[in-house]
Design a protein around this ligand. Sequence first.
Ligand SMILES: *[C@@H]1O[C@H](CO)[C@@H](O)[C@H](O)[C@H]1NC(C)=O
Ligand SMILES: *[C@@H]1O[C@H](CO)[C@@H](O)[C@H](O)[C@H]1NC(C)=O
Ligand SMILES: *[C@@H]1O[C@H](CO)[C@@H](O)[C@H](O)[C@H]1NC(C)=O
Length: 318
Amino acid sequence: MEAESTKRFWYAMTLLILLLITICILKVSECSRQNLERKFFAEQRQLALNTLRKDYVFDILIFTQHWPYTVCAQWEERHKGNECNLPKIKNSWAIHGVWPTKYHTIGPLFCNDTWEFDIKNIEPIEDEMKESWINIEKGTPLYGLWKHEWEKHGTCAATQIVAMNSEFSYFNSGLRLFDEFSITKIFQQSYIKAGMSYKLEEIHEVLNRSLGNNFAIVCEKDHVTKEQLLFEIRICLDKQLNLHSCDGIVMRTNEFRNSEEIVTNCKKDQDIVYPSYNWLIKKQWNRNIEEQHAQNKTWMYNVVNVYKLMKLIQWITL
Ligand SMILES: *[C@@H]1O[C@H](CO)[C@@H](O)[C@H](O)[C@H]1NC(C)=O
Ligand SMILES: *[C@@H]1O[C@H](CO)[C@@H](O)[C@H](O)[C@H]1NC(C)=O
Ligand SMILES: *[C@@H]1O[C@H](CO)[C@@H](O)[C@H](O)[C@H]1NC(C)=O
C-alpha cells in the first residue's frame, strides 16, 4: 500500500515537471520571434552605420507614395491593438518618402548625425504635411515619421540636391513632387479604381502612360485574406528631379525579380488587390469577430484544463 502511493506521487511529480517544461518551451519560442524582429532592426541600423563610414554618394532619388489602406492593414496586422490615422480625403495616396539611392544597394542613410529634425523648420507647410505626408501608424510619436525620414534620408539628400539643402526644402520638395507625380490623379483619370483587382500589366500600363517606365510597383501580402495588395509606387528621379529609369534599384523583399521591364516585387501570376476604405472596414470587422472567438476559446480551454488537472490530482492522491 505504502509503495503504491509513493509510486503515484512520483508519477504526479513527473507529469507536473513535463507540464512546466512545455510551458517554458512555448514562452521561449515566442521570445525568439521577438528576437528575430529585433535582429532585423539591428541589421538595418548596422547597414546604416556601414554606409556612414563610407561615403554619401548616390545615383538617383526614389520618390515613394503609398496607399493608406494597405499601410493601415499591414500596421494593424503587425500588432494587436494597432490603429491608424487615415487622410481626411478618401482614396488619396500619401507620401512615404524621398530616398537618395545608390544602385544595387540601399541608401546612403543617416548622413549627418548632428543635423536633427526640428518641427519649427517646417511650420509653414505643416498643415499640408499632415494631409499628404501623414503618419498613418497611430500611437507612434506625432512627428515620428518626419523625424525618421529627415534623419535617415533627408540628411543625405541635403548633401547633393540643391533643391533639398535644408530640412524645409527637403520636405517642401517632397510636397511639390507629390503634386507633380500624383498617383491619385493618374489612377483617377484611368479605369483603375479602389476596391477592384488588376493584373500587374494593367497597373503598369496605366502608370507607364504618364510616367514612362520610371517606377517600381510594390505589393504587400495580406496574411489574413491571403491577397496581394497594392502598397507603394516608387518613382525614380535624377538629381535634377526629372524622371529616370529604376533599373538597378533594390526592392525590400527578396521576391524581387526583374521581370522584363516591370520593376516590382508583386507576383505576376496573382491579381493585385487595390483595397478600398470599405475593404479595410470589412477586414477590421472580421478581425474583431475572430479575436472574440479566439478569446472565448482560450477561456473555455483553460477552464477545461484546470478541471482535468483537478481530476488527475484527485485520482492520484486519493
Ligand atoms: C551636418 O549638419 C550640420 C548642422 O547640424 C551642418 O552644420 C554641417 O555642415 C553638416 N555636415 C555636412 C557634412 O553636411
Ligand atoms: C512605356 O512607355 C514608353 C513611352 O514612354 C513606351 O515606349 C514603352 O513601350 C511603354 N512600355 C510598356 C511596357 O508599355
Ligand atoms: C464570446 O463570449 C461572449 C460571452 O461570454 C458572447 O457574448 C460572444 O458572442 C462570444 N463571441 C463569439 C464570437 O463567440
